[in-house]
Design a protein around this ligand. Structure first.
Ligand code: NAP
Length: 338
């Protein structure tokens, strides 16, 4: 990284080479309040100029709207970027608090065809199982995913929110290029079992919500009062009420470290995630989400912030002090099954 663009790394032993930071596209169509489509499109382009090449979406984001939104950008830059999408999760529009999880073969086969059509691509670069349906053996689902690779519909496989044991079982069926899970200064449960398994098997870690869904930037303090109605963060225990007030105080050491670097709080949060690659000895490609060009510039610049051992030590206790779970229903996370 000498020209200001991102360094690159490989996802898994045989996976694609991508910029060390990706772009989370969910908020461009769903979950985080009203969006400006023009600015979001410009953000996709700006990210690419800065060396971002991994673009993350899912069929669940806006019930297909986010995949459709990405299609023209992918058409214009198909050979320059890798698109990652996911199956398994449906959020019923009439009840956005509900989650329907499906991992069975007919569902996966239908889901991939629909994602290919909405993205308007011939092949998906990285196809993730978004959530685990415990009624279907993981080997069975990954077996179908492996068939999709053989059929040329998908290039590489990923799993989201799986346990270390589930990852090992999956890897016996087909190489897993990437595990996507929440990992940030506030969410470190995956370090117990998932991260060691990924390192052992040669899979990359793709941390989602590395900015704690925005909380770690200080851009909101209480989802109930600061965010619009329908914003998904109002469902998250740690983002609201007395939990949020307690958690806001945890940003103080992050602010102190940021001041020392002339950086923002969010940049220190991202730098901490990037530094986990060295701490744990595996490829780590966080996918912070933003809909704005200035923020994608700020977020990619975070890869140039290197924290000292003393700063890492100062930040170390934060996660254990966070009030409230990262989801309302932890059964759908790896930590809920480990
Ligand atoms: N596998 C899964 O289950 C799963 C779950 C959640 C998310 N994801 C993926 O991970 C991606 C990232 O996670 P996320 O979007 O939930 O959380 P995140 O990246 O931690 O935070 C995104 C939030 O932070 C704000 N933000 C970003 N950069 C900022 C900056 N420099 N200063 C101030 N605010 C900033 C964004 O607002 P603006 O957009 O307004 O800038 C947005 O509200 C998603 O887009 C999605 O692709 C996957």
């Amino acid at each position: 990284m000498t020209d200001g663009t991102l360094a690159r790394t490989r996802l898994g032993t045989g996976g694609p080479e991508v910029g060390v930071q990706g772009l989370g596209c969910m908020g461009m169509s769903a979950a985080y309040g009203p969006t400006d489509a023009g600015e979001a499109r410009a953000t996709l382009e700006r990210a690419l100029e800065l060396g971002v090449t991994l673009y993350d979406t899912a069929d669940a984001y806006g019930a297909g709207a986010n995949e459709r939104f990405l299609a023209p950008f992918l058409k214009a830059h198909r050979d320059e970027v890798a698109v990652a999408t996911k199956f398994a999760l449906t959020i019923p529009p009439d009840d956005p608090t509900r989650r329907i999880i499906r991992n069975d073969a007919p569902y996966v086969r239908r889901a991939v065809e629909e994602s290919l059509r909405r993205l308007d691509v011939d092949v998906i670069d990285l196809y993730y199982m978004h959530r685990r349906d415990v009624d279907v053996p993981v080997e069975e689902t990954v077996g179908v995913m492996a068939d999709l690779v053989r059929e040329g519909k998908v290039k590489h496989l990923g799993l989201s929110e799986v346990t270390g044991g589930e990852l090992r079982a999956a890897q016996r069926v087909h190489p897993i290029a990437a595990v996507q899970s929440e990992w940030s200064l506030f969410s470190r449960d995956i370090e117990a079992g998932v991260v060691p398994a990924a390192r052992e098997l040669g899979a990359a870690l793709v941390p989602y919500s590395p900015l704690g869904r925005g909380f770690l930037t200080g851009s909101f303090a209480d989802a109930d009062t600061d965010l619009t109605e329908g914003d998904f963060r109002r469902q998250l225990p740690r983002c609201t009420g007395s939990n949020a007030a307690a958690n806001a105080a945890l940003l103080e050491p992050v602010r102190a470290v940021a001041a020392g670097h002339g950086a923002t709080v969010g940049q220190v949060a991202l730098a901490w995630v990037h530094q986990q690659a060295l701490v744990h000895g595996l490829a780590v490609v966080p996918i912070p989400g933003t809909r704005s060009r200035t923020r994608v510039e700020e977020n990619t610049a975070a890869t140039r912030v290197v924290l000292t051992d003393g700063e890492m030590a100062l930040l170390e206790p934060i996660a254990s002090q966070v009030a409230g779970n990262r989801y309302d229903d932890m059964a759908l996370t790896s930590a809920g099954r480990e």
